[in-house]
Design a protein around this ligand. Structure first.
Ligand SMILES: [Ca+2]
Ligand SMILES: [Ca+2]
Length: 233
């Protein structure tokens, strides 16, 4: 379990198998792609800002939105209608910045959630920060966004993390997680996260990809659309 300073409510699972099957049959499991079944095959909107998948494992398609694609204003809406903001799970404070994203990072077929938070930089120099959260919660996720297990992401350097991006550039149905970590001089560095079973490690290789801090989320294009767009559109 993670040592992060973050709420870890107890598990509350609701499984309504029969009604879920009926709902999937009625909706097709994906709001934007006709009869494409997002429960079996997570899919995204063409612009990569909306992910349709079964987050809680109840057989109904759920929706994750990241309208700015910067992982800062993420919303999860379960098939039953409940909506949560994952970044609200981060510790509170004026200087705290947080980011979250979703993908099947361990390849077990269940969508997982990555969450990072810490005190933001107040200068253009990378500084180590306290009060951080850097974790992956493994799905299926409960309706409070707790997971069946949580693992801390290991970093080479304990710097502020500007954002996250989940993608599947090699189309192997396992999501790759990237962390965009402050690098000074107005830059962020992209740190690929390597998974060893469920142990995530970020940025083991020498860093070579730098992005402009204000625009990394537009200039690093891969994202949820890599998972396939709903209905093939
Ligand atoms: Ca669901
Ligand atoms: Ca998973």
């Amino acid at each position: 379990m993670s040592g992060d300073d973050v709420k870890q409510p107890g598990p509350i699972r609701v499984r309504v198998a029969l009604s879920a099957l009926v709902m999937v049959a009625l909706t097709g499991g994906c709001s934007s792609g006709g009869d494409y079944d997002a429960v079996k095959h997570p899919c995204a909107s063409a612009d990569g800002t909306v992910l349709h998948a079964d987050i809680d494992g109840d057989g109904r398609a759920d929706t994750v939105t990241d309208s700015g694609r910067d992982s800062h204003e993420v919303r999860v809406t379960f098939g039953g209608g409940k909506t949560l903001a994952p970044n609200d799970l981060a510790p509170k404070g004026e200087e705290i910045g947080s980011a979250s994203t979703f993908g099947d990072f361990d390849g077990d077929g269940h969508i997982d959630m990555a969450l990072v938070a810490g005190a933001q930089d107040d200068s253009d120099d990378p500084l180590e920060r306290t009060g951080r959260v850097q974790q992956i919660r493994f799905g299926p996720l409960h309706h409070d966004l707790s997971g069946e297990a949580t693992e801390r992401i290991r970093f080479r350097e304990d710097l502020f993390n500007e954002g996250l991006r989940a993608s599947d550039t090699n189309h192997d149905k396992t999501a790759e997680l990237s962390v965009f970590q402050t690098g000074g001089d107005g830059q962020v560095n992209r740190l690929p996260v390597r998974m060893s079973d469920r142990t995530p490690t970020a940025g083991e290789q020498p860093l070579s990809e730098g992005y402009d801090k204000a625009h990394w989320f537009k200039r690093y294009e891969p994202g949820w659309a890599d998972f396939g767009t709903c209905g093939g559109d």
